[in-house]
Write a protein that binds this ligand. Sequence first.
Ligand SMILES: [Zn+2]
Length: 334
Amino acid sequence: MITRRMLGPVVLLVALLLPAAVAVAQGPVDVVATITAEDVMQHVRALSVAIGARPMGGEAESRAAEYIAAAFRDWGYAVEVQSFEVAPPGDEEASAEPVTSRNVIAVKPGGEGMVVVGAHVDSVTAGTGAGDNASGVAAMLAAAEVLQDVEPVHTLVFVAFGAEEGGSPSGASVYVDSLGDEIANVVAMINVDSVGVGTGLNVYAGAKITWPEAEDAAPEIEGGPVWVRDLALELAAGLGLPFGTSPDDTWGGFTGDWSDHYAFVLQDVPVAYFEAWQWEDAADPWWGQETAEGDVMHTAGDVYENVVPQKVENAAELLAALTLALVTGDGVPE
Ligand SMILES: [Zn+2]
């Protein structure tokens, strides 16, 4: 459980005398003081050490989904498991047999508007998917725990996606398809993918992009709404959390099409994407690199010991602050 020791004597007294929802409704949630490194690292451990690598369709991905669903239920969210068939990645001639994956969807009902926070559960088989993406799921779970007593104006939805690592269809696209016309009610989507290993924490805006025919040419960035990213960066500055974004000479504050957010971008949903990454001194300035030594994700080095607790903690803190500002409607433009 998250310790609430820093909330101060007045809030604590109110919390003792009244239902928790009232205490939260009476004052802002101090997310930085409330979320600790241990809160997030217990989830990274559960997913990447106790369970281990979580390839799509396997038993480990299923056990991870059960762990996440149980946590959401403990905190009072309504949980739905959305199963789907997916073709895992593999060379085309192998015609991989479809496997069953699932999204774990946790809901706290508010109004018609929806704020969706997502992180993928599955991993590749190299390493144990500690940074990619037990770290993102851990940040999402810590945010869900700290926001459990919030009374949202917009419906709050957390989704632990299956089958992100090259699955067809991905869990995110299955979820977006399942919304049908309701996708128009999604006020904002926040994707948390790999926030534990890279050199610096970043928030990007989502953009529709086109890859060129020529392999070494730059992608064409059509762009998209930037207010969710800008709200996140404003909140980070106010909270003293060290977040940047992608460099002006390449992505210019946007990101590409390689994770769960893109299914939402294609439906014109405003998106923010949290990632730990290094943009300076990279051989390919469009790719960047994860750390000074190179990329860790999708290698044998993506293990618990290489996750930096403070990065996941800070990601969880900003995620909680941003989600709170969005579900209360305070941070949403008219
Ligand atoms: Zn990932």
